[in-house]
Design a protein around this ligand. Structure first.
Ligand code: 8YV
Length: 331
């Protein structure tokens, strides 16, 4: 692509420093009121922009891509997950896609630990007591949770984030187990003291805590199906800070309601921003901790995501592959 100031359209409000830098480099159209764009607004943006910078709240499907203007050559996703974009259709239309891997690994792993601790030690439930002025004082048998030291953690998806979870969890005294498409190199496995389970079913049946850390792809949609969830121990806890679509949410709710699963910590939901009323009721009953998709929500993370987006756009405008190009084969 010839070097010119490309028209870059950003669909949501980004940190000020990121928007300022983008404004220095590109012809920039921002969304200062931060409301998610309607499908019509997205189509309009895609008919004009050279580069679109969407987020998880924008569903860039095959129909939108087919109707995109001839100028649109790059979709530089502000996010690591790219399940909001039909990458296969983008490639078919000659549109390159990039994402922002690596910079939200630690933040997301921290939220996984926060969810594990919250569910096992009833942190969120306990934190609501004083503000509600319902505390009658200490009792030896009140607010008892589960010790996490000595328990087993099964990580489903041992990529960057899964490994960061494993390192943290090991420091808390959990034994680390994992299932992944491909087994880690033995040096990495040894460093993480992680046990590989070629069979997801067998791992699920033996873990105290299961953390979902794989991407959402056609192959992982409902990977934790009703059948697989039923393999878990009734005392076990499920943590998901990856994507809601990986877990059959209705089946999970049934398992929690019928006490076939002890608890869950969820940062993501199958139909965001909708959260089923039944899940909210389970949260009120202290069975689950629900967070509003804030795994990567740190100022540092957002600024680094913005920097990655800028680098990807610049490399592309200079005629190179963006360093974080997403290929259909990665899905
Ligand atoms: C981001 C995420 O905030 O990057 C991801 O994959 O899930 C989030 O934490 C979001 O995707 C931004 O688009």
């Amino acid at each position: 692509m010839a070097r010119h100031r490309p028209l870059v359209i950003v669909t949501r409000k980004l940190p000020e420093s990121v928007e300022r830098r983008m404004g220095d480099l590109f012809d920039l159209r921002l969304n200062p009121d931060d409301r998610p764009m309607s499908r019509e607004a997205l189509a309009d943006a895609m008919s004009q922009a050279d580069v679109l910078v969407p987020t998880i709240t924008d569903r860039i499907d095959a129909a939108l891509l087919a109707a995109a203007g001839p100028r649109l050559r790059l979709i530089a996703n502000f996010g690591t997950g790219r399940d909001n974009i039909d990458v296969v259709a983008a490639q078919a239309h000659g549109i390159t896609v990039s994402n922002t891997p690596g910079v939200l690994t630690d933040d997301t792993a921290d939220i996984v630990m926060a969810l594990i601790l919250s569910v096992a030690r009833r942190v969120v439930e306990g934190a609501a007591i004083l503000p509600n002025e319902t505390w009658d004082g200490w009792s030896p048998t009140w607010m008892l949770g589960q010790r996490i030291t000595g328990k087993s953690l099964g990580v489903l998806g041992m990529g960057r984030i899964g490994q960061a979870v494993a390192r943290r969890a090991a420091a808390f005294g959990l034994s680390i187990h994992y299932h992944n498409r491909t087994r880690l190199r033995s040096e990495v496995e040894t460093a993480l003291k992680a046990t590989y389970w070629p069979s997801l079913d067998q791992m699920l049946a033996r873990m105290d805590i299961v953390s979902v850390n794989c991407p959402h792809t056609p192959a992982t949609y409902h990977l934790l199906s009703a059948r697989r969830l039923a393999l878990m121990r009734p005392t076990a806890v499920l943590i998901n800070a990856a994507r809601g679509e990986i877990v059959d949410e209705a089946a999970l709710i049934r398992m929690l309601q019928t006490r076939k699963l002890a608890g869950a910590g969820l940062d993501v939901f199958e139909h965001e921003p909708a959260v089923p009323a039944k899940l909210i009721r389970l949260a009120k009953a202290g069975k689950v901790t629900l967070l509003p998709h804030m795994g990567s929500a740190t100022m540092e993370g957002r600024i680094e995501m913005g920097a990655k987006v800028i680098v990807n756009i610049r490399a592309f405008m200079d005629g190179h592959q963006p360093p974080d190009r997403v290929l259909p084969i990665d899905l």
